[in-house]
Design a binder for this molecule. Structure first.
Ligand code: SF4
Length: 225
């Protein structure tokens, strides 16, 4: 008999945690820095964002006000290495404007309401899609909203728990339904998925030493000898 999904998700988490240890994401010094990172990392690798965040901090303290008042051209120049720099500069300043106008610049106040309400509000901000909204909720707000990214889809597709064409919300719902709503757990789980996909479950996977090998449908089918 197939193992219930809750047990599968628990097992996968425990194997990854045992293998990699706790990763304690997100690499940021403040909740607002998480927001900036979550917008900058859209359509680009995190390594391209790290230098940009450092450059922004060299320019001025990374606060809502400093970002809001920064000259647009200067902001575009600083974030250029993260790609789509004009679009991202606009999104960053629009988000800062929204925060200032509605919450006097207090991100914590914005993120502290009922989870679904805050998520809907984030999704109404220009350029904030579901992955960015959930990253902000989880990593800036410490709220239990599971983050789904391309790594999640790849790993759980290969493990046999996703078919591959599910919507973002459907994948998120799988985790939200079968795991306790705990932000520390969701934080670690997402970080471990990313680490697993960087080290083993790459585009061309390295199955040989993978900690999930015994439970992997793709591997057991012989897709990756
Ligand atoms: S066994 Fe291979 S395909 Fe399966 S999860 Fe591990 S690395 Fe990915």
């Amino acid at each position: 008999m197939a193992k219930p999904l809750t047990g599968c998700l628990d097992d996968i988490f425990n194997r990854l945690l045992t293998h990699f240890g706790a990763l304690h994401w997100w690499p940021a010094e403040s909740p607002f820095e998480v927001v900036v990172g979550a917008i900058l990392t859209q359509n680009t690798a995190w390594r391209n964002v790290e230098g940009v965040i450092a450059a922004l901090k060299d320019e001025a303290p990374l606060t809502v006000a400093s970002l809001l008042w920064m000259d647009r051209q200067r902001l575009e120049e600083l974030i250029r290495p993260s790609g789509f720099f004009r679009q991202k500069a606009e999104r960053l300043q629009l988000f800062a404007t929204y925060l200032m106008d509605h919450y006097a610049g207090d991100l914590g106040a914005m993120l502290s309401g009922p989870l679904q309400q805050v998520r809907d509000e984030l999704l109404c901000c220009k350029g904030v899609g579901p992955e960015t909204a959930d990253s902000i909720l989880l990593y800036a707000g410490d709220r239990p909203s599971f983050v789904v990214d391309a790594y999640t889809r790849r790993l759980f597709g290969r493990l046999g728990l996703l078919q591959g064409k599910e919507s973002y919300d459907k994948v998120r719902q799988m985790f939200m339904t079968h795991l306790p709503h705990n932000s520390d757990l969701f934080n670690e789980y997402h970080a471990l998925i990313v680490e697993q996909c960087k080290q083993y479950c790459r585009t061309k996977p390295l199955c040989c030493d993978c900690p999930l090998q015994g439970d992997c449908a793709a591997y057991l089918r012989g897709d990756y000898p």
